[in-house]
Design a protein around this ligand. Structure first.
Ligand SMILES: Cc1cc2nc3c(=O)[nH]c(=O)nc-3n(C[C@H](O)[C@H](O)[C@H](O)COP(=O)(O)OP(=O)(O)OC[C@H]3O[C@@H](n4cnc5c(N)ncnc54)[C@H](O)[C@@H]3O)c2cc1C
Ligand SMILES: NC(=O)c1ccc[n+]([C@@H]2O[C@H](COP(=O)([O-])OP(=O)(O)OC[C@H]3O[C@@H](n4cnc5c(N)ncnc54)[C@H](O)[C@@H]3O)[C@@H](O)[C@H]2O)c1
Length: 491
């Protein structure tokens, strides 16, 4: 095969994170020839710096919390002797590496050619990969270059006193005190982790509540749970100054009442969002441009295709309504691969993608928030049930809630998506529009609700299926029973 033939492919994917590798795997399974260019490690943010290492650490944190609960509630005379951070890191990194090898193996088996190097566009069908030369993609190019931590102007991360979520993974040890800036998923998860590991934690969020994109009740219940664990939560507050000290930071924070608080901490963790990565990609060479926030927006969401035919985009590079979540990027990868293979494809229904925060307590949601449903002028009914109202909720003793939003009987439920995929068009009325959970294990409990919302089920459809007793998910079942007019314990 000549050099030119070797470098001609059907699909060229730039970036080997969850968005890029899922596109590559599916495209290869559909018989397409695929080249995947990755400059760092296959698996990207989620596997190496995001979902997996953070959830491994949060699992360790849950074990520590369990020891405290055993002692305080259940008469088990157990204490934590000490924390061996290098041992935790070794277990965490072992899990990451096993997954890394697993993904690399899947790509090999599927016949995807992985090319190591930084890729840049040179035209609408051509890409140059540093060290590997020029490639031509007959069917299409997929941009999957992801995102990186966003920093605040004038506040550089030094990896020791001011850190991002990346640095926090590779720090030499655990701090005794942390000031976490940003009450999104990263801020909340890292605040929760450090508190479990014994640190003094302050969580500062500019918006009026934690997880401001989630339902108001989620933010409220989450803040209550975190405060109960000794985390100082300051919403509606702004960082107004930072002084670097030899062994930490001294920050000034303005509260909603206008007070200026001085907060000292060994570490300031900046978790104010992530920025899309397009530098060096030379979008202009293919006739493309990033939007004002740096995202690459598709011209056609149902194919995730940009204004240049054949150039598609997946993952964190996409603007909202994409979600900046690994599992959303899997769905996008499947969609783009199938589109490139000429299969009929259906737009990702982002409203039906679950959103989970793995803190203690956890949060898990799917579908519209109550405010979003009302803003769309929908006629809705809402039912909320505390987890503590169930026996299993009492056993866990962590509070929490189930909140369900359904279109009122006879009302359609257009979820307001940029394509026609709404409840009305599917002929359903009274459908469930949103489910919001806070409490222990809700990351696992959300799975049934994503099917309920995704399949446009009505409360009565759900109510006929009885949940196991005693379980936490029983609270979900009971909430639907009540909405269907058949409440058992809830009146
Ligand atoms: C701390 C943290 C925790 C998270 N937890 C979760 C979670 O629990 N669940 C969840 O769903 N999501 C979670 N996320 C979000 C999730 O990690 C991202 O949504 C996901 O990784 C996005 O995948 P991607 O493929 O778009 O980009 P990335 O994973 O960022 O991959 C992009 C890849 O492209 C490569 N690249 C960039 N430019 C070039 C170039 N020019 N040439 C070649 N290669 C290039 C990069 O090296 C990188 O490997 C978390 C994120 C963080 C930071
Ligand atoms: N469990 C999960 O699924 C999970 C976990 C971690 C990260 N992620 C994803 O990673 C991405 C990044 O997460 P993130 O939490 O960094 O971003 P985010 O955008 O979700 O949250 C950032 C938060 O910081 C706040 N903020 C902004 N500027 C601030 C300032 N100067 N002071 C105080 N607060 C400020 C914002 O109001 C917002 O609430 C998101 O897409 C998120 O969904 C997901």
């Amino acid at each position: 095969m000549s050099e030119t033939d070797a470098n001609t492919t059907d699909v060229l994917v730039i970036g080997g994170g969850t968005g890029g590798y899922s596109t590559a795997l599916r495209a290869a399974s559909l018989g397409l020839r695929v080249v995947l260019a990755e400059r760092d490690l296959i698996g990207g943010t989620c596997l190496h710096r995001g979902c997996i290492p953070s959830k491994a650490m949060l699992h360790a944190a849950e074990l520590v919390d369990g020891i405290a609960e055993a002692r305080e509630r259940w008469g088990v005379k157990a204490t934590v002797d000490s924390l061996d951070w290098p041992a935790l890191v070794a277990t965490r990194d072992g899990i990451v590496e096993r997954n890394h090898q697993g993904v690399a193996g899947h790509l090999r088996t599927a016949g995807v050619r992985v090319v190591k190097g930084t890729a840049r566009l040179t035209g609408p069908r051509t890409v140059h990969v540093e060290g590997a030369g020029e490639f031509t993609a007959r069917r299409g190019i997929v941009l999957a270059t992801g995102s990186r931590p966003r920093l605040l102007p004038g506040l550089a991360a030094d990896g020791r006193r001011v850190v991002t979520s990346d640095d926090a993974l590779f720090a030499a040890g655990l701090p005794a005190s942390v000031l976490v800036l940003g009450g999104g998923a990263i801020g909340v998860e890292y605040a929760s982790f450090h508190r479990s590991m014994g640190a003094e934690v302050t969580l500062v969020e500019t918006a009026g509540r934690l997880l401001p994109l989630e339902d108001e009740d989620v933010g409220r219940h989450l803040a209550r749970g975190l405060k109960k664990r000794g985390i100082t939560v300051r919403t509606g507050s702004t960082l107004t100054g930072t002084e670097l000290l030899a062994d930490g930071v001294r920050a000034t924070v303005r509260t909603p009442k206008g007070e200026e608080l001085v907060i000292g901490a060994e570490r300031l963790l900046v978790a104010v969002g992530r920025a899309p990565v397009t530098d060096g990609l030379d979008l202009a060479a293919a006739g493309l441009a990033a939007d004002e926030r740096g995202f690459v927006a598709p011209a056609d969401w149902s194919r995730l295709e940009t204004s240049v035919p054949g150039i598609h985009v997946v993952g964190d590079l996409l603007p909202p309504p994409s979600l900046g979540l690994a599992h959303a990027s899997f769905a996008e990868g499947l969609l783009v691969a199938e589109t490139l293979a000429g299969l009929p494809s259906r737009a990702v229904d982002y409203a039906a993608v679950p959103r989970v925060t793995y803190s203690s307590p956890q949060t898990a949601s799917v579908g519209l928030t109550e405010a979003e449903a009302r803003a769309r002028g929908l006629d809705i009914k809402v039912n909320t049930m505390p987890l503590a109202a169930t026996a299993k909720g009492m056993v866990h003793g962590q509070g929490g809630m189930v909140k369900v939003i359904a279109a009122a009987d006879g009302a359609g439920g257009d979820r307001g998506l940029p394509w026609s995929n709404d409840v009305e068009s599917l002929g359903k009325t009274g459908a469930v529009l949103g489910v919001h959970l806070v409490g222990p294990q809700v990351s696992e409990m959300i799975a049934e609700s994503q099917l309920i919302v995704g399949w446009d089920a009505e409360p009565a459809d759900v109510a006929q299926h009885i949940h196991a007793h005693p379980t936490l998910s029983e609270a979900v079942g009971e909430t639907f029973l009540t909405l269907a007019g058949r409440g058992l314990h809830q009146h």
